[in-house]
Design a protein around this ligand. Structure first.
Ligand SMILES: O=C(O)[C@H](O)[C@@H](O)[C@H](O)[C@H](O)COP(=O)(O)O
Length: 243
């Protein structure tokens, strides 16, 4: 019997492959926002090994990131590096459709505000093509404090209601400096998929599903234009009130 985290990420991987193939059959392409963290990367690893992996035409998938640790490109903590090792380096992507956030040793240098501005331009270009619905699916892990992407409770980033991408300093989750989509950007996804496991997340999940304030529980504010899905194991779902 697989442990809960593996079963959860396998279930998300299977659903993701089916949904991406569906979207491509309707629209010809599909756009996906990746997330960091153990769950987000485990999902990619399960996609890589899934029997239906090639049901998706990866050359017609547009990839974005919900957040990135602002570290050098080859740093082990970088979400892009972990995603490439788990999946992206093993599938026939069109690299012109892959949109990583700038690293701290990239073309904008060690300036997180410049990196955030650069990614706002990436999303603006995507918006000129795709209109209000920027992404088909946005994947999000959920922290014990209810953070999603790098939007932490009571932070300036979670309060941002105009810009699509901002820099985060002094993140309570290391590394301290990050680039993140804001809630307005996340909510421009047709579908937002939140996925987490373990008893440590149960209170945050229950609070988000009972309508806690998004400034104190950012996961509450992560809503898809068409659909918002939660993928939970029994432990993470254990505090949800049945009332
Ligand atoms: O860059 C990051 O750290 C992630 O984007 C972050 O938002 C992560 O998804 C959550 O912290 C959940 O992480 P786990 O899945 O490891 O619990």
């Amino acid at each position: 019997m697989l442990p809960n985290p593996a079963r959860l990420s396998m279930a998300v991987a299977a659903r993701l492959l089916a949904r991406l193939a569906d979207v491509q059959s309707q629209k010809g392409t599909a756009s996906l926002v990746l997330t960091g963290g153990r769950t987000g990367i485990a999902v990619l690893d399960h996609v890589r090994h899934h029997a239906d992996r090639d049901a998706v035409d990866w050359s017609r998938v547009d990839l974005f990131w919900g957040d990135e640790r602002f570290v050098p490109r080859d740093h082990a903590e970088r979400n892009e590096r972990q995603a490439r090792e788990a999946l992206l380096d093993h599938i026939p992507l069109d690299e012109r459709r892959v949109h990583p956030m700038e690293p701290s040793d990239g073309r904008v240098g060690d300036d997180p505000e410049a990196a955030a501005a650069a990614y706002r331009e990436v999303l603006a270009a995507a918006g000129r093509e795709r209109g209000d619905t920027l992404f088909d699916i946005c994947l999000l892990g959920v922290g014990e404090d209810g953070h999603v992407a790098s939007l932490f409770p009571k932070s300036p980033a979670v309060r941002e209601d105009q810009l699509t991408v901002v820099a985060v300093r002094d993140s309570p989750k290391p590394p301290p400096t990050r680039i993140t989509l804001t809630l307005p950007a996340i909510c421009r996804a047709s579908e937002v998929w939140l996925m987490t496991w373990g008893i440590g997340k149960a209170d945050a999940v229950a609070a988000a599903l009972s309508g806690a304030d998004e400034l104190t529980l950012p996961a509450t504010g992560a809503r898809g234009r068409d659909r918002t899905l939660w993928f939970l194991d029994t432990a993470a779902a254990s505090a949800i009130s049945r009332g």
